[in-house]
Design a protein around this ligand. Structure first.
Ligand SMILES: Cc1ncc(COP(=O)(O)O)c(C=O)c1O
Length: 430
């Protein structure tokens, strides 16, 4: 699939860094290679020697002196080879992208490690979005994505949503409304959207999850109008309905999906390890961007993640994801019970399909901003007002986002009681 149409001027101008390429070459070279090429520091001079992490089950994961020396050093930009290889096998096992053949044929797909999935998204948008580009998204939209795309000049085109996320029929309607001369088969069409962004599971902020049928319809529309799909899926493992739904990546026969995964909810948010999977030709540009910016994600973080995954193996990792998912499902059930007890007649909601968020529509309130930012604080309860999740200037929102990841059962019931009181006060019922 040709990608030139999707790249902005910055991405087209990026070139590989000769020094970074040498780092990759050195990684693959035999120990007999004499290198006076790269400007690497001498790792013998670093004070760290080895490390050992104790897991919650009492097992220890050890980083040996030679592994330590390796991860303290500059690494190739796409990530530690052993971790990339482990993750490629995982993606192949879980998503089995149709164009991904790990055995033999030249690969059309690739995987790169990023400093959390948001870093991957920011880097990709840096190379795809030109000022004035239209991006198809849900509204409300993850605030981190607004923060990335808006300053780049993206114009957000809202696609209608319901409890199951983006409605494909509306997407089709929006795309077919563009005049024929703007359609992608005209090579100079610049106005028609080229990008579709979505959080397919446990959406932040709505908790919605796209069904397989919807994904298949959306993918077909993306093919018809030559769209790239940015699949931002940090809550993939937090789907409450089992078996987990298929990803866009799993149906990507063309190479039009860039998938963003995260370890933030499964292993650690602070370790900052995520990964992006997608067409090799696009990831090459991501590579050039990272070569010019962070050089690579912390190799110490990567090594810690790798040693844990190596110790566990895929099966144990997946077992862990089930445990984490069960935990969040339990938290969701408590918040649901608390909302049912206190907010009947005062708010409306859909039960989250996954993730960590509950999206509440406050009845009789046009804009939740003042209520949440001021009055709720006085009552010592914190939520995020819905206006934080719209990209449109001055758009009001009658929604609030409640996160059920941290609060205790008692706090959730008390939080919902306080919110009910606030709504009643606002409606003049108290
Ligand atoms: C939809 C979405 N994308 C990306 C991220 C960022 O994830 P990471 O910690 O991997 O950068 C979040 C975190 O809250 C999120 O909700």
């Amino acid at each position: 699939m040709p990608y030139v149409r999707f790249l902005n001027a910055v991405a087209k101008a990026r070139r590989p860094s000769p020094i970074r390429q040498l780092t990759e070459l050195l990684q693959k070279s035999p120990p007999t290679m004499i290198s006076m090429a790269t400007g690497m520091p001498n790792a013998e001079q670093f004070p760290f020697h080895e490390a050992s992490f104790t897991l919650k089950d009492g097992n220890k994961v050890h980083i040996s002196p030679s592994e330590m020396k390796n991860c303290l050093q500059y690494q190739a930009t796409p990530g530690l080879p052993e971790l990339r290889s482990w993750l490629k096998t995982m993606q192949k096992t879980i998503h089995n992208p149709p164009t991904w053949d790990l055995s033999g044929r030249p690969e059309q797909m690739d995987l790169m490690i990023t400093t959390g999935s948001q870093h991957g998204m920011a880097t990709v948008c840096d190379m795809l979005v030109t000022h004035g580009d239209k991006v198809l998204t849900a509204n409300p939209l993850y605030s981190g994505t607004i923060a990335i795309m808006k300053p780049l000049g993206a114009k957000f085109i809202d696609i209608k949503t319901d409890a199951h996320g983006i409605i494909p029929e509306h997407l089709s309607e929006v795309m077919s409304a563009w005049p024929d001369k703007e359609q992608p088969h005209h090579s100079d069409s610049v106005n028609i959207p080229k990008l579709l962004y979505c959080v397919p599971n446990g959406d932040n902020p709505t908790g919605a999850g796209l069904t397989y049928e919807r994904k298949a319809k959306i993918y077909a529309i993306a093919r018809r109008y030559n769209l790239l799909i940015l699949e931002d899926d940090p809550y993939y493992f937090l789907q409450f309905n089992k078996p987990r739904g298929r990803s866009f990546l799993s149906m990507d026969v063309d190479g039009r999906v860039l998938r963003f995964d995260s370890f933030s909810k499964m292993l650690s948010a602070g370790i900052r390890v995520g990964f992006v999977t997608g067409p090799k030709a696009l990831l090459e540009k991501v590579n050039y961007n990272l070569q010019a910016s962070v050089l690579h994600t912390s190799a110490v973080s990567q090594m810690i993640v790798y040693k844990l995954l190596e110790h566990w193996g895929l099966e144990e990792f997946l077992r862990h994801t089930e445990e984490v998912s069960d935990f969040y499902q339990g938290r969701k059930d408590v918040l649901l019970a608390a909302a049912n007890e206190h907010l009947q007649g005062l708010a409306e909601w859909h039960e989250p399909s996954g993730g960590m968020f509950f999206w509440l529509k406050l009845l009789g309130i046009k804009d939740s901003h003042d209520l949440i930012m001021n009055k709720a604080r006085e009552k010592e309860v914190l939520f995020v007002p819905g206006s934080a999740f719209t990209a449109h200037k001055d758009e009001k929102s009658q929604y609030v986002r409640a996160c059920y990841s941290l609060a205790t059962d008692e706090q959730m019931f008390e939080g919902m009681r306080r919110l009910a009181e606030l709504i009643k006060e606002h409606q003049g019922k108290l």
